[in-house]
Write a protein that binds this ligand. Structure first.
Ligand code: NAD
Length: 367
C-alpha cells in the first residue's frame, strides 16, 4: 500500500468507526478493501483461461470473481476451486445480464479468436471493461469496431499482451529507448511451435481466422514494434505450406515476413506451426545488441546484451499482467508499452498487410 492510499484507507476507516456500529463498519471496511481490487470474470474456461485463473491467485490488485462458460460442469468445478458465487456465473446466452451485476468490473475474453469481437462488444455494451486475448480480432476492421464500441460505451478495452509487463522485456525496451544499443537497425523475431491435433480450433479458419500468424506470428509483429520503438511503413511476406491437408485454405503454416521502419530499421521474422524451438528476439544496433530466448514463452525469459546477462526476477506473467491491468483500469496508470485496443489494432493492421503481401507478392505500404 502506498502512503497516500494508506492515509486514505486509515481516514476512511476512522471516519467509519466514529459513525457506524462495529458490524456495519466492518462491512463498509470490507467494501473499501474490495473497491481497490479489480473484480474479473473469465470468459472461456479453456487452457489459457485456466492459466490466468491460477496466476490470479497471487494477484494483489485483481481477483477472479466470475465466469462465463457454455459448460455447466466447468462452471461448477471453477465455483468450487475459486469460491465463485452462483450469482457471478453466466453462459454465452445470458452474459449480457452482467450489466446488472455490480460485483464484476471487467470480463476477460479468452475464447477462440473469431469470438473475441462479438463477445467483447457484448461485454462493452453491458458496461464492463473488456480485457481481450490476442489476436484481439480477425482483422483491423474488426479491431477498429471494438475500439469504437468500447469508447462509445465508456469502458476500457485492453489486450492480453502479457509481455508488455515482463521485467526483462521492459529492461531491454528501456535500454533501447535510452540509446544503449545506438541506432537499432535490425530486429529478428522467430515465433513457432509444432502444432498437434489437426481437429483443434487453431486450425479451423472460421474460429482462428488464419493459422500460425494469428496465434504466434503476432508475437514477432508486436515484439518488432516494442523492441524497435517504431511503427512499420512497409511489409513483404512469403508463405510456405508443406502440409495442405492439415493447413487448409486460409490457415497459414509458415510465413516469413519483413517490415521496414521510418528510421531505416528492418525486421525479419518467421511464423510457423511446423517447427519447435522458435521463440527468439534479436535486436542489433550500432553500439550493441540484445537477445532474448525464450522471448515470449511463459518463461522464465532469458535475456542478455553485449554487456552481459539481463537479470530480473521471474514472476508469473499473468500475475503481473492482471495486477498492472488493475492499476490501469482502477487508477488510470499508464503502461510503458501500451496494452489498449489501439495497440491491438496496430498489430491487426500489420497482420492484414502480411496476408495481403503473401497473396499479391507485393510490398505493402502502411500508414
Ligand atoms: P482453448 O481451446 O484451450 O480454450 C478455449 C475456450 O473457449 C474453451 O473453454 C472453449 O470451451 C471455449 N469456447 C467458447 N466458445 C467456443 C466455440 N464456439 N468453439 C470452441 N471453443 C469455444 O484455447 P486457449 O488456448 O485457451 O486459447 C483461447 C484464447 O487465448 C485464444 O485467443 C488464444 O490466442 C489466447 N491465448 C493467449 C495466450 C497468451 O499467452 N496471451 C496463450 C494461449 C492462448
Amino acid at each position: 500500500m502506498n502512503t497516500r492510499r494508506e492515509f486514505l484507507h486509515k481516514a476512511t476507516l476512522s471516519s467509519l468507526a466514529v459513525s457506524l456500529p462495529f458490524s456495519d463498519s466492518l462491512a463498509a471496511f470490507n467494501s473499501v478493501q474490495e473497491d481497490k481490487v479489480l473484480r474479473v470474470a473469465i470468459m472461456g474456461l479453456g487452457s489459457y483461461g485456466t492459466r490466468v485463473a491460477e496466476a490470479m491467485k497471487d494477484c494483489k490488485r485483481a481477483k477472479l470473481v466470475g465466469v462465463v462458460s457454455g459448460t455447466p460442469s466447468k462452471i461448477a468445478a471453477w465455483q468450487e476451486k475459486y469460491g465463485i458465487p452462483s450469482k457471478n456465473c453466466y453462459n454465452y446466452e445470458n452474459f449480457d445480464q452482467i450489466k446488472d451485476n455490480p460485483d464484476i468490473d471487467a470480463v476477460y475474453v479468452i475464447t477462440p479468436n473469431s469470438l473475441h469481437k462479438p463477445y467483447s462488444i457484448r461485454v462493452a455494451k453491458a458496461g464492463k471493461h473488456v480485457i481481450c486475448e490476442k489476436p484481439m480480432a480477425l482483422n483491423a476492421e474488426e479491431a477498429k469496431e471494438m475500439v469504437e464500441v468500447c469508447k462509445a460505451a465508456g469502458v476500457h478495452l485492453l489486450v492480453g499482451y502479457r509481455m508488455h509487463f515482463e521485467a526483462k522485456t521492459l529492461e531491454i525496451v528501456q535500454r533501447q529507448r535510452a540509446g544503449e544499443f545506438g541506432k537499432t537497425l535490425f530486429f529478428q523475431g522467430l515465433s513457432g511451435f509444432i502444432i498437434g491435433d489437426p481437429s483443434q480450433w487453431r486450425l479451423n479458419k472460421e474460429l482462428a481466422g488464419g493459422g500460425a500468424m494469428m496465434d504466434i506470428g503476432i508475437y514477432s509483429i508486436n515484439g518488432a514494434r516494442y523492441m524497435l520503438g517504431e511503427e512499420p511503413i512497409w511489409v513483404t511476406a512469403q508463405e510456405v505450406k508443406t502440409d495442405p491437408v492439415k493447413f487448409k485454405e486460409g490457415v497459414d503454416e509458415t510465413i516469413t515476413f519483413q517490415m521496414g521502419f521510418p528510421s531505416g530499421a528492418v525486421a525479419s521474422c518467421l511464423s510457423t506451426y511446423s517447427l519447435n524451438n522458435l521463440d527468439k528476439f534479436f535486436l542489433n544496433g550500432t553500439k550493441g545488441f540484445a537477445e532474448m530466448q525464450p522471448s515470449t514463452g511463459y518463461g522464465p525469459i532469458k535475456a542478455w546484451t553485449n554487456k552481459g546477462p539481463v537479470d530480473a526476477e521471474h514472476i508469473t506473467h499473468q500475475t503481473t499482467q492482471m495486477d498492472e491491468m488493475a492499476a490501469i483500469l482502477l487508477d488510470g496508470k499508464k503502461s510503458i508499452i501500451p496494452v489498449d485496443g489501439e495497440e491491438g489494432w496496430k498489430d491487426m493492421v500489420i497482420v492484414d498487410a502480411i496476408y495481403k503481401a503473401v497473396k499479391t507478392g507485393e510490398k505493402v505500404k502502411l500508414g
